[in-house]
Design a protein around this ligand. Structure first.
Ligand SMILES: CC(C)=CCC/C(C)=C/CC/C(C)=C/COP(=O)(O)OP(=O)(O)O
Length: 305
């Protein structure tokens, strides 16, 4: 089945490349980052077709009627998803595991499209956890190739639809070509404003908190901060979700009937509303997403007050 998001075509308006600013790494903790590379040529090509953001921000479909009962003023800004049940979906159909993951990508594409239509600003997806490295080698390799294929095939869509891609996790463990692709895509889409997709790869909540502590420790060692300066706000500046304006998911959805958060965004989920769906991820579509959003809009969020 070919990969593609099914957005309705949007007229292209050529605009300035968002790549006018050079890459910038703080010298005192450069050892914590993988080196960043220049843009690959296919991405430069896609960028020449990027439209002006304002044009997309005013598109009529953004103001379309929402499904009955869904309130625009109570929409979550940030939805996080644990896309569970891809392998079970495949096994139930006597298909190879890879077909389950491929069907999972299609499901993700549908949900991204719905988020754009309904005005959700950020979607974070748990695509590969730090512990998934312990899965069979052939499965890990397939997932890496799937990430590469999926991102390459959708690059044009990200530019055309004004979508920002961010990747969080320990990218140093990924194949070099995939690291480059992800870093390039992040840099090239960083000024896109309609919607942000955060892909967590080689990620865990423990990893994120530990890397943030390492950065703070390094800053203290360099004399840039005092240990007593460390507070919630400084910590959040170092977490990988510092890539978004909305670092705390309002709603977390986990599919496949499991009731766990499995080491995803442990810090960021402190006050997140949880929704557990029975469907396996490849079967999770508009109807269930709507159910999750309607449930969210019924919740009273008190933040401990
Ligand atoms: C391009 C891009 C971001 C692609 C995302 C692809 C995708 C759907 C990844 C999910 C991977 C994963 C380890 C899911 C966990 O469920 P599982 O499959 O282990 O399910 P199980 O519980 O049935 O074994």
């Amino acid at each position: 089945m070919p990969f593609s998001l099914h957005f309705s075509p949007t007229p292209l308006i050529t605009g300035p490349s968002p790549l006018s600013k050079p890459f910038f790494l703080l010298p005192y903790y450069h050892t914590l980052h993988a080196p960043k590379s220049p843009l690959c040529s296919s991405m430069e090509h896609a960028l020449t077709h990027q439209g002006k953001q304002e044009a997309f921000d005013r598109r009529p479909e953004d103001s379309q009627t929402l499904p009955l009962g869904l309130r625009r003023d109570a929409m979550p800004s940030h939805v996080a998803v644990i896309m569970d049940g891809n392998r079970r979906w495949a096994r139930l159909r006597d298909l190879p595991v890879r077909s389950g993951y491929e069907a999972g990508v299609e499901s993700l594409r549908k949900i991204v499209e719905i988020c754009c239509k309904w005005g959700i600003k950020v979607l974070s997806v748990f695509a590969f956890s730090s512990d998934n490295w312990f899965r069979p080698k052939v499965e890990v390799e397939f997932l890496m190739s799937l990430f590469e294929r999926g991102m390459q095939e959708d690059t044009g869509i990200f530019f055309r639809e004004n979508i920002r891609i961010s990747v969080i996790g320990d990218l140093t463990k990924l194949p070099k070509a995939l690291q480059e692709l992800m870093v390039n895509l992040e840099e090239a889409t960083k000024n896109n404003t309609r919607f942000q997709l955060i892909v967590a790869v080689s990620y865990s909540g423990h990893y994120d908190v530990v890397q943030a502590c390492q950065r703070l420790a390094l800053k203290a060692k360099c004399g840039l901060i005092e240990p007593s300066d460390i507070n919630v706000s400084l910590m959040e500046q170092e977490l990988e979700t510092n890539c978004t304006e909305f670092p705390h998911p309002d709603l977390l959805i986990r599919t496949s009937g499991e009731f766990r958060i499995s080491n995803f965004m442990l810090w960021q989920l402190a006050y997140t509303e949880l929704f557990f769906a029975q469907s396996l991820w490849p079967d999770f579509g508009e109807a269930e997403f709507l159910k999750a959003l309607l449930a969210f809009q019924q919740r009273q969020r008190r933040y401990g007050v």
